[in-house]
Design a binder for this molecule. Sequence first.
Ligand code: CAA
Length: 423
Amino acid sequence: MAVQLSPENLKWRERARKVAEEVVRPLAAKYDRLQEYPWEIKKAIADAGLMKVFIPPEYGGESGSILDLCIVVEELSRACGGIGVLFAVNALGSMPIVVAGTEEQKKRFLPAIARGEKLIAFCLSEKFAGSDAGGMHTSAAADGPDYLVTGEKKWTTNGGAADIYTVFAVTDPESKSRRISALIVEKGMKGFSIGKVEDKMGIRAVPVVETVFEGVRVPKENLLGGTPGLGFKHAMMTLDRSRPGVAAQGVGCAQGALEFAQVYTCRRQQFGQAISSFQMVQQMLADMAAKVEAARWLVYASASAVDSGAPDVTKLSSLGKFFATDAAMEVTTLAVQCFGGYGYMRDYPIEKYMRDAKITQIYEGTNQVQRMVAARALIRESNALSLLLDKYIPREVQRGVNDGTAPLPAPGSVPEATGSRPR
Ligand code: CAA
Protein backbone atom coordinates (compact mmCIF):
# COMPACT_ATOMS: atom_id res chain seq x y z
CA MET A 1 0.00 0.00 0.00
CA ALA A 2 2.67 2.42 1.08
CA VAL A 3 4.37 2.16 -2.34
CA GLN A 4 1.60 4.31 -3.79
CA LEU A 5 2.59 7.19 -1.56
CA SER A 6 5.65 9.31 -2.34
CA PRO A 7 8.71 9.41 -0.02
CA GLU A 8 7.55 12.91 0.93
CA ASN A 9 4.08 11.64 1.93
CA LEU A 10 5.66 8.86 3.97
CA LYS A 11 7.90 11.34 5.77
CA TRP A 12 4.84 13.25 6.94
CA ARG A 13 3.28 9.99 8.08
CA GLU A 14 6.39 9.14 10.10
CA ARG A 15 6.59 12.59 11.70
CA ALA A 16 2.91 12.54 12.66
CA ARG A 17 3.01 8.95 13.90
CA LYS A 18 5.88 9.77 16.27
CA VAL A 19 3.91 12.61 17.89
CA ALA A 20 0.75 10.46 17.92
CA GLU A 21 2.40 7.54 19.69
CA GLU A 22 4.75 9.44 22.01
CA VAL A 23 2.50 12.31 23.05
CA VAL A 24 -1.11 11.99 21.88
CA ARG A 25 -2.04 8.40 22.74
CA PRO A 26 -0.77 8.49 26.35
CA LEU A 27 -2.75 11.71 27.02
CA ALA A 28 -5.91 11.01 24.99
CA ALA A 29 -8.04 9.66 27.87
CA LYS A 30 -6.94 12.46 30.21
CA TYR A 31 -8.11 15.29 27.94
CA ASP A 32 -11.25 13.41 26.96
CA ARG A 33 -12.12 13.34 30.67
CA LEU A 34 -11.06 16.92 31.42
CA GLN A 35 -12.50 18.52 28.27
CA GLU A 36 -9.70 21.11 28.39
CA TYR A 37 -7.49 22.41 25.61
CA PRO A 38 -4.31 20.26 25.68
CA TRP A 39 -1.62 22.90 25.30
CA GLU A 40 1.15 20.32 25.86
CA ILE A 41 -0.08 18.31 22.86
CA LYS A 42 -0.46 21.40 20.70
CA LYS A 43 3.14 22.31 21.57
CA ALA A 44 4.38 18.86 20.54
CA ILE A 45 2.46 19.13 17.24
CA ALA A 46 3.91 22.58 16.56
CA ASP A 47 7.45 21.56 17.65
CA ALA A 48 7.33 18.65 15.19
CA GLY A 49 6.55 21.19 12.45
CA LEU A 50 3.20 19.56 11.63
CA MET A 51 1.38 22.92 11.40
CA LYS A 52 3.51 23.66 8.35
CA VAL A 53 1.86 20.87 6.36
CA PHE A 54 -1.18 22.82 5.18
CA ILE A 55 0.62 26.14 4.55
CA PRO A 56 2.38 26.69 1.19
CA PRO A 57 6.18 27.09 1.43
CA GLU A 58 6.01 30.73 0.20
CA TYR A 59 4.22 31.63 3.44
CA GLY A 60 6.34 29.74 5.96
CA GLY A 61 4.86 26.30 5.39
CA GLU A 62 6.51 23.15 4.19
CA SER A 63 4.09 21.29 1.96
CA GLY A 64 0.74 22.92 1.26
CA SER A 65 -0.50 19.55 -0.01
CA ILE A 66 -3.97 18.34 0.99
CA LEU A 67 -2.80 14.72 0.70
CA ASP A 68 -0.02 15.40 3.24
CA LEU A 69 -2.55 17.18 5.46
CA CYS A 70 -4.82 14.11 5.30
CA ILE A 71 -1.96 11.78 6.19
CA VAL A 72 -1.14 13.86 9.29
CA VAL A 73 -4.80 14.13 10.37
CA GLU A 74 -5.22 10.37 9.91
CA GLU A 75 -2.21 9.54 12.07
CA LEU A 76 -3.23 11.91 14.88
CA SER A 77 -6.83 10.64 14.78
CA ARG A 78 -5.65 7.04 14.95
CA ALA A 79 -4.47 7.90 18.47
CA CYS A 80 -7.24 10.42 19.32
CA GLY A 81 -10.04 11.77 17.11
CA GLY A 82 -10.24 14.93 19.23
CA ILE A 83 -6.60 15.76 18.57
CA GLY A 84 -7.16 15.02 14.88
CA VAL A 85 -9.67 17.86 14.67
CA LEU A 86 -7.74 20.11 17.09
CA PHE A 87 -5.07 20.04 14.41
CA ALA A 88 -7.24 19.91 11.25
CA VAL A 89 -9.44 22.85 12.23
CA ASN A 90 -6.43 25.13 11.78
CA ALA A 91 -6.31 24.01 8.15
CA LEU A 92 -10.04 24.77 7.84
CA GLY A 93 -9.53 28.25 9.33
CA SER A 94 -6.45 28.96 7.19
CA MET A 95 -7.84 27.65 3.90
CA PRO A 96 -9.93 30.77 3.08
CA ILE A 97 -6.73 32.85 3.39
CA VAL A 98 -4.74 30.31 1.35
CA VAL A 99 -7.31 30.12 -1.47
CA ALA A 100 -8.65 33.67 -1.49
CA GLY A 101 -6.53 35.98 0.69
CA THR A 102 -4.62 38.92 -0.74
CA GLU A 103 -0.85 38.62 -0.89
CA GLU A 104 -0.63 40.97 2.08
CA GLN A 105 -3.09 38.86 4.12
CA LYS A 106 -1.22 35.64 3.32
CA LYS A 107 2.09 37.19 4.44
CA ARG A 108 0.51 38.70 7.54
CA PHE A 109 -1.36 35.69 8.92
CA LEU A 110 -0.03 32.40 7.54
CA PRO A 111 3.61 32.29 8.78
CA ALA A 112 2.62 32.54 12.48
CA ILE A 113 0.09 29.71 11.96
CA ALA A 114 2.75 27.60 10.24
CA ARG A 115 5.12 28.15 13.18
CA GLY A 116 2.35 27.07 15.55
CA GLU A 117 2.45 30.44 17.33
CA LYS A 118 -1.14 31.33 16.39
CA LEU A 119 -4.24 29.17 16.09
CA ILE A 120 -7.13 29.93 13.76
CA ALA A 121 -10.86 29.10 13.69
CA PHE A 122 -13.62 29.12 11.04
CA CYS A 123 -16.92 30.88 11.84
CA LEU A 124 -19.61 29.98 9.31
CA SER A 125 -22.52 28.24 11.07
CA GLU A 126 -25.15 29.96 13.17
CA LYS A 127 -27.99 28.72 15.35
CA PHE A 128 -30.42 29.03 12.42
CA ALA A 129 -27.94 28.57 9.56
CA GLY A 130 -26.29 25.14 9.61
CA SER A 131 -26.70 23.15 6.39
CA ASP A 132 -28.18 26.30 4.87
CA ALA A 133 -24.95 28.20 5.38
CA GLY A 134 -26.07 31.00 3.06
CA GLY A 135 -29.00 31.77 5.39
CA MET A 136 -26.77 33.46 7.99
CA HIS A 137 -27.75 36.62 9.89
CA THR A 138 -24.43 37.95 11.23
CA SER A 139 -23.81 41.23 9.45
CA ALA A 140 -20.81 43.37 8.55
CA ALA A 141 -21.76 46.95 7.71
CA ALA A 142 -19.22 49.20 5.98
CA ASP A 143 -18.34 52.16 8.19
CA GLY A 144 -15.56 54.40 6.83
CA PRO A 145 -12.31 52.43 6.77
CA ASP A 146 -13.87 49.53 8.72
CA TYR A 147 -16.65 46.97 8.85
CA LEU A 148 -18.81 46.72 11.95
CA VAL A 149 -19.48 43.03 12.59
CA THR A 150 -22.59 42.19 14.61
CA GLY A 151 -24.07 38.78 15.35
CA GLU A 152 -23.35 35.35 16.75
CA LYS A 153 -21.72 32.24 15.36
CA LYS A 154 -22.29 28.65 16.48
CA TRP A 155 -20.02 25.59 16.55
CA THR A 156 -16.74 27.50 16.41
CA THR A 157 -14.21 24.71 16.87
CA ASN A 158 -10.94 25.99 18.41
CA GLY A 159 -12.83 29.06 19.71
CA GLY A 160 -11.16 30.64 22.72
CA ALA A 161 -7.85 28.90 22.01
CA ALA A 162 -7.57 30.55 18.58
CA ASP A 163 -6.03 33.97 17.95
CA ILE A 164 -7.53 34.48 14.48
CA TYR A 165 -11.13 33.88 13.28
CA THR A 166 -12.30 33.72 9.67
CA VAL A 167 -15.82 35.09 10.03
CA PHE A 168 -18.52 34.98 7.34
CA ALA A 169 -21.07 37.79 7.48
CA VAL A 170 -23.70 39.50 5.35
CA THR A 171 -22.28 42.64 3.73
CA ASP A 172 -25.01 43.16 1.12
CA PRO A 173 -28.43 41.99 2.32
CA GLU A 174 -30.10 43.05 -0.95
CA SER A 175 -27.88 40.94 -3.19
CA LYS A 176 -28.81 37.37 -4.14
CA SER A 177 -25.42 36.02 -5.12
CA ARG A 178 -23.03 38.56 -3.53
CA ARG A 179 -24.57 38.77 -0.05
CA ILE A 180 -21.74 37.41 2.05
CA SER A 181 -18.10 38.34 2.69
CA ALA A 182 -15.42 36.87 4.94
CA LEU A 183 -13.52 39.00 7.45
CA ILE A 184 -10.48 38.14 9.48
CA VAL A 185 -11.21 38.93 13.12
CA GLU A 186 -8.41 38.93 15.66
CA LYS A 187 -8.57 38.05 19.35
CA GLY A 188 -8.69 41.20 21.45
CA MET A 189 -10.74 43.26 18.96
CA LYS A 190 -13.26 45.25 21.00
CA GLY A 191 -16.73 43.67 21.05
CA PHE A 192 -15.53 40.16 20.19
CA SER A 193 -16.09 37.54 22.87
CA ILE A 194 -16.56 33.84 23.46
CA GLY A 195 -20.09 32.78 24.44
CA LYS A 196 -21.36 29.36 25.47
CA VAL A 197 -18.73 26.62 25.68
CA GLU A 198 -20.28 23.33 24.55
CA ASP A 199 -20.19 20.10 26.60
CA LYS A 200 -19.70 17.45 23.92
CA MET A 201 -20.22 13.71 23.35
CA GLY A 202 -16.80 13.32 21.69
CA ILE A 203 -13.79 15.32 20.41
CA ARG A 204 -13.64 16.66 23.97
CA ALA A 205 -10.00 17.81 23.79
CA VAL A 206 -10.89 20.65 21.45
CA PRO A 207 -13.21 23.52 22.43
CA VAL A 208 -16.41 24.16 20.48
CA VAL A 209 -17.99 27.49 21.40
CA GLU A 210 -20.33 30.25 20.38
CA THR A 211 -18.59 33.41 19.22
CA VAL A 212 -20.21 36.80 19.80
CA PHE A 213 -19.65 39.97 17.76
CA GLU A 214 -21.03 43.20 19.21
CA GLY A 215 -20.18 45.91 16.69
CA VAL A 216 -16.62 44.62 16.26
CA ARG A 217 -14.68 47.18 14.25
CA VAL A 218 -12.68 45.23 11.64
CA PRO A 219 -10.42 47.22 9.28
CA LYS A 220 -11.13 46.81 5.56
CA GLU A 221 -7.63 45.37 5.10
CA ASN A 222 -9.06 42.30 6.87
CA LEU A 223 -11.76 41.75 4.23
CA LEU A 224 -10.75 38.40 2.74
CA GLY A 225 -9.41 38.88 -0.77
CA GLY A 226 -10.17 42.61 -0.67
CA THR A 227 -13.43 42.32 -2.69
CA PRO A 228 -16.79 42.13 -0.93
CA GLY A 229 -19.51 39.63 -1.87
CA LEU A 230 -17.37 36.57 -2.56
CA GLY A 231 -17.67 35.06 0.93
CA PHE A 232 -20.08 32.22 0.11
CA LYS A 233 -17.94 31.07 -2.82
CA HIS A 234 -14.82 31.29 -0.62
CA ALA A 235 -16.55 29.20 2.06
CA MET A 236 -17.51 26.55 -0.49
CA MET A 237 -14.02 26.51 -2.03
CA THR A 238 -12.59 26.12 1.47
CA LEU A 239 -14.91 23.21 2.29
CA ASP A 240 -13.98 21.47 -0.98
CA ARG A 241 -10.39 21.52 0.28
CA SER A 242 -11.01 20.83 3.97
CA ARG A 243 -13.55 17.99 3.70
CA PRO A 244 -10.84 15.46 2.76
CA GLY A 245 -9.31 16.35 6.16
CA VAL A 246 -12.51 15.43 8.03
CA ALA A 247 -12.69 12.28 5.95
CA ALA A 248 -9.11 11.51 7.01
CA GLN A 249 -10.13 12.04 10.62
CA GLY A 250 -12.76 9.33 10.03
CA VAL A 251 -10.16 7.01 8.48
CA GLY A 252 -7.83 7.56 11.46
CA CYS A 253 -10.57 6.86 14.01
CA ALA A 254 -11.57 3.72 12.11
CA GLN A 255 -7.98 2.49 11.77
CA GLY A 256 -7.27 3.09 15.46
CA ALA A 257 -10.43 1.26 16.53
CA LEU A 258 -9.70 -1.66 14.19
CA GLU A 259 -6.20 -2.06 15.65
CA PHE A 260 -7.57 -2.20 19.22
CA ALA A 261 -10.16 -4.78 18.07
CA GLN A 262 -7.42 -6.90 16.44
CA VAL A 263 -5.41 -6.98 19.67
CA TYR A 264 -8.35 -7.52 22.01
CA THR A 265 -10.07 -10.29 20.03
CA CYS A 266 -6.81 -12.27 20.01
CA ARG A 267 -6.36 -11.77 23.77
CA ARG A 268 -9.93 -12.33 24.99
CA GLN A 269 -10.62 -16.00 25.76
CA GLN A 270 -14.11 -17.53 25.74
CA PHE A 271 -15.13 -21.17 25.44
CA GLY A 272 -11.44 -21.99 25.96
CA GLN A 273 -10.15 -20.08 22.94
CA ALA A 274 -9.42 -16.56 21.69
CA ILE A 275 -12.62 -15.01 20.35
CA SER A 276 -10.71 -14.19 17.14
CA SER A 277 -11.01 -17.90 16.31
CA PHE A 278 -14.78 -17.55 15.93
CA GLN A 279 -15.98 -16.96 12.38
CA MET A 280 -18.49 -14.27 13.35
CA VAL A 281 -15.72 -12.24 15.01
CA GLN A 282 -13.47 -12.84 12.00
CA GLN A 283 -16.24 -11.53 9.75
CA MET A 284 -16.41 -8.33 11.82
CA LEU A 285 -12.63 -7.84 11.59
CA ALA A 286 -12.59 -8.46 7.84
CA ASP A 287 -15.53 -6.10 7.21
CA MET A 288 -13.88 -3.41 9.30
CA ALA A 289 -10.57 -3.73 7.46
CA ALA A 290 -12.25 -3.59 4.03
CA LYS A 291 -14.12 -0.42 5.00
CA VAL A 292 -10.99 1.26 6.33
CA GLU A 293 -8.98 0.49 3.19
CA ALA A 294 -11.75 1.57 0.80
CA ALA A 295 -12.27 4.79 2.75
CA ARG A 296 -8.55 5.56 2.93
CA TRP A 297 -7.97 5.28 -0.80
CA LEU A 298 -11.03 7.31 -1.70
CA VAL A 299 -9.86 10.04 0.68
CA TYR A 300 -6.35 9.97 -0.78
CA ALA A 301 -7.88 10.17 -4.29
CA SER A 302 -9.98 13.20 -3.35
CA ALA A 303 -7.00 14.91 -1.68
CA SER A 304 -4.79 14.20 -4.72
CA ALA A 305 -7.47 15.65 -7.00
CA VAL A 306 -7.33 18.91 -5.02
CA ASP A 307 -3.50 18.91 -5.13
CA SER A 308 -3.44 18.34 -8.87
CA GLY A 309 -5.64 21.41 -9.40
CA ALA A 310 -8.48 19.36 -10.92
CA PRO A 311 -11.18 21.82 -12.01
CA ASP A 312 -14.14 20.20 -10.21
CA VAL A 313 -13.07 18.67 -6.92
CA THR A 314 -16.41 19.21 -5.23
CA LYS A 315 -17.89 15.80 -6.10
CA LEU A 316 -14.85 13.74 -5.04
CA SER A 317 -14.43 15.74 -1.87
CA SER A 318 -18.07 15.11 -0.89
CA LEU A 319 -17.93 11.41 -1.86
CA GLY A 320 -14.82 10.90 0.27
CA LYS A 321 -16.30 12.81 3.20
CA PHE A 322 -19.52 10.85 3.51
CA PHE A 323 -18.06 7.47 2.61
CA ALA A 324 -15.10 7.66 5.01
CA THR A 325 -17.03 9.11 7.92
CA ASP A 326 -19.91 6.64 7.54
CA ALA A 327 -17.24 3.91 7.47
CA ALA A 328 -15.73 5.41 10.63
CA MET A 329 -19.06 5.14 12.44
CA GLU A 330 -19.61 1.56 11.27
CA VAL A 331 -16.08 0.42 12.10
CA THR A 332 -15.87 2.07 15.52
CA THR A 333 -19.30 0.62 16.43
CA LEU A 334 -18.15 -2.87 15.39
CA ALA A 335 -14.95 -2.38 17.39
CA VAL A 336 -17.03 -1.70 20.52
CA GLN A 337 -18.97 -4.89 19.70
CA CYS A 338 -15.70 -6.84 19.56
CA PHE A 339 -14.95 -5.69 23.11
CA GLY A 340 -18.39 -6.81 24.34
CA GLY A 341 -19.51 -5.31 27.67
CA TYR A 342 -16.03 -3.97 28.35
CA GLY A 343 -16.22 -1.93 25.16
CA TYR A 344 -19.06 0.08 26.66
CA MET A 345 -17.01 1.09 29.70
CA ARG A 346 -15.09 4.33 29.97
CA ASP A 347 -11.94 2.74 31.40
CA TYR A 348 -11.45 0.87 28.13
CA PRO A 349 -10.09 2.89 25.21
CA ILE A 350 -12.64 1.85 22.58
CA GLU A 351 -15.94 3.66 23.26
CA LYS A 352 -14.13 7.00 22.81
CA TYR A 353 -13.45 6.11 19.16
CA MET A 354 -17.18 5.71 18.58
CA ARG A 355 -17.96 9.04 20.29
CA ASP A 356 -15.21 10.86 18.38
CA ALA A 357 -16.29 9.33 15.06
CA LYS A 358 -19.93 10.43 15.33
CA ILE A 359 -19.27 14.13 14.76
CA THR A 360 -17.41 13.45 11.52
CA GLN A 361 -20.76 12.50 9.92
CA ILE A 362 -22.14 15.88 10.97
CA TYR A 363 -19.63 18.72 10.76
CA GLU A 364 -18.12 20.41 7.71
CA GLY A 365 -21.40 19.58 6.00
CA THR A 366 -23.67 16.71 7.11
CA ASN A 367 -23.36 13.50 5.16
CA GLN A 368 -26.86 14.19 3.81
CA VAL A 369 -25.57 17.49 2.33
CA GLN A 370 -22.53 15.64 0.91
CA ARG A 371 -24.80 13.17 -0.88
CA MET A 372 -26.86 16.05 -2.25
CA VAL A 373 -23.73 17.86 -3.50
CA ALA A 374 -22.41 14.67 -5.13
CA ALA A 375 -25.80 13.90 -6.69
CA ARG A 376 -26.01 17.41 -8.18
CA ALA A 377 -22.62 16.84 -9.83
CA LEU A 378 -23.70 13.41 -11.10
CA ILE A 379 -26.85 14.89 -12.63
CA ARG A 380 -24.78 17.63 -14.32
CA GLU A 381 -22.45 14.96 -15.75
CA SER A 382 -25.39 13.02 -17.15
CA ASN A 383 -25.94 15.75 -19.77
CA ALA A 384 -22.75 14.73 -21.55
CA LEU A 385 -23.14 11.02 -20.78
CA SER A 386 -26.60 10.76 -22.27
CA LEU A 387 -25.33 11.88 -25.68
CA LEU A 388 -23.12 8.78 -25.62
CA LEU A 389 -25.38 6.26 -23.87
CA ASP A 390 -28.98 7.27 -24.39
CA LYS A 391 -29.29 5.36 -27.67
CA TYR A 392 -28.40 2.07 -25.94
CA ILE A 393 -31.27 2.31 -23.46
CA PRO A 394 -34.51 1.03 -25.03
CA ARG A 395 -37.46 3.38 -25.02
CA GLU A 396 -40.82 1.78 -24.30
CA VAL A 397 -43.84 2.76 -26.34
CA GLN A 398 -47.38 2.28 -25.09
CA ARG A 399 -50.41 2.68 -27.29
CA GLY A 400 -52.37 5.79 -26.49
CA VAL A 401 -49.69 7.11 -24.12
CA ASN A 402 -46.56 7.86 -26.10
CA ASP A 403 -47.15 6.34 -29.53
CA GLY A 404 -46.90 9.68 -31.26
CA THR A 405 -49.81 11.50 -29.74
CA ALA A 406 -47.70 12.90 -26.85
CA PRO A 407 -44.14 14.23 -27.59
CA LEU A 408 -41.23 12.46 -25.85
CA PRO A 409 -38.32 14.39 -24.29
CA ALA A 410 -35.46 14.79 -26.79
CA PRO A 411 -32.45 12.47 -26.28
CA GLY A 412 -29.82 14.17 -24.13
CA SER A 413 -32.31 16.31 -22.25
CA VAL A 414 -32.09 15.56 -18.53
CA PRO A 415 -33.46 17.47 -15.57
CA GLU A 416 -31.30 20.36 -14.46
CA ALA A 417 -29.52 20.09 -11.08
CA THR A 418 -31.22 22.73 -8.98
CA GLY A 419 -30.09 24.55 -5.87
CA SER A 420 -31.67 23.76 -2.52
CA ARG A 421 -32.66 27.38 -1.90
CA PRO A 422 -35.91 28.52 -3.57
CA ARG A 423 -35.02 31.11 -6.22
N1 CAA B 1 -17.09 26.15 -5.11
C1 CAA B 1 -17.29 27.42 -5.56
N2 CAA B 1 -18.53 27.99 -5.61
C2 CAA B 1 -19.57 27.26 -5.19
C3 CAA B 1 -19.43 25.93 -4.72
C4 CAA B 1 -18.13 25.37 -4.70
N3 CAA B 1 -17.92 24.14 -4.26
N4 CAA B 1 -20.64 25.47 -4.38
C5 CAA B 1 -21.53 26.45 -4.63
N5 CAA B 1 -20.88 27.53 -5.12
C6 CAA B 1 -21.46 28.80 -5.55
C7 CAA B 1 -22.47 28.54 -6.67
O1 CAA B 1 -21.86 28.55 -7.93
C8 CAA B 1 -23.43 29.70 -6.50
O2 CAA B 1 -22.85 30.84 -7.08
P1 CAA B 1 -23.75 31.92 -7.90
O3 CAA B 1 -24.72 32.48 -6.89
O4 CAA B 1 -22.77 32.91 -8.40
O5 CAA B 1 -24.47 31.13 -8.94
C9 CAA B 1 -23.45 29.93 -5.00
O6 CAA B 1 -22.24 29.38 -4.50
C10 CAA B 1 -24.65 29.30 -4.31
O7 CAA B 1 -24.59 27.90 -4.58
P2 CAA B 1 -25.82 26.92 -4.34
O8 CAA B 1 -27.04 27.45 -5.06
O9 CAA B 1 -25.38 25.56 -4.68
O10 CAA B 1 -26.05 27.10 -2.78
P3 CAA B 1 -27.15 26.45 -1.85
O11 CAA B 1 -27.59 27.51 -0.93
O12 CAA B 1 -28.14 25.68 -2.65
O13 CAA B 1 -26.40 25.38 -0.93
C11 CAA B 1 -24.85 23.86 0.05
C12 CAA B 1 -25.19 24.90 -1.05
C13 CAA B 1 -24.04 22.82 -0.67
C14 CAA B 1 -26.05 23.22 0.71
C15 CAA B 1 -24.00 24.65 1.07
O14 CAA B 1 -24.79 25.59 1.77
C16 CAA B 1 -23.30 23.74 2.05
O15 CAA B 1 -22.24 23.22 1.74
N6 CAA B 1 -23.87 23.58 3.26
C17 CAA B 1 -23.19 22.91 4.32
C18 CAA B 1 -22.45 23.91 5.15
C19 CAA B 1 -21.31 23.33 5.89
O16 CAA B 1 -20.57 22.51 5.37
N7 CAA B 1 -21.15 23.79 7.10
C20 CAA B 1 -20.07 23.33 7.91
C21 CAA B 1 -19.51 24.46 8.71
S1 CAA B 1 -17.87 24.28 9.12
C22 CAA B 1 -17.85 23.35 10.52
O17 CAA B 1 -18.49 22.34 10.63
C23 CAA B 1 -16.96 23.91 11.53
C24 CAA B 1 -16.31 22.99 12.47
O18 CAA B 1 -16.54 23.10 13.63
C25 CAA B 1 -15.32 22.01 12.05
